[in-house]
Design a binder for this molecule. Sequence first.
Ligand code: ZN
Length: 129
Amino acid sequence: MIPEEAKRNKLFDQANEDRKWCWGCGQSKYLSRAHIIRISAREDLKYDISNMSYLCLSIDKKGCHDIWDENSWTILEEFEEIWNLKCFTEFMNIIKVKDSKLYREKIRIMHNWLDYYRTNELPFGYKLK
Ligand SMILES: [Zn+2]
């Protein structure tokens, strides 16, 4: 492991010492360190402890790490998996503080889904699965 990665892992573990379980589902198996706002989008938040969480890996079932990172917000079935993560509100609050542009984008998508639930009209570019 490169020293920089070890340093980051140590920070992660220190920051979340008392929450060593998956924040998405509560299980304590197959944990991985997960940035809430991905580093590819916000390199500057790499060492920000408020951007660090634990999410489970995809072993036995689809893991919360993949749900948060890989799922599409514009596909209903996948959006609902994101929405159902226990940490959803907490993550959104962190995004609100750290990246208001990203937050507005996610809120816009949520509004579109709320409109869909009300009208049953699928927004342009959105899918059910
Ligand atoms: Zn999980």
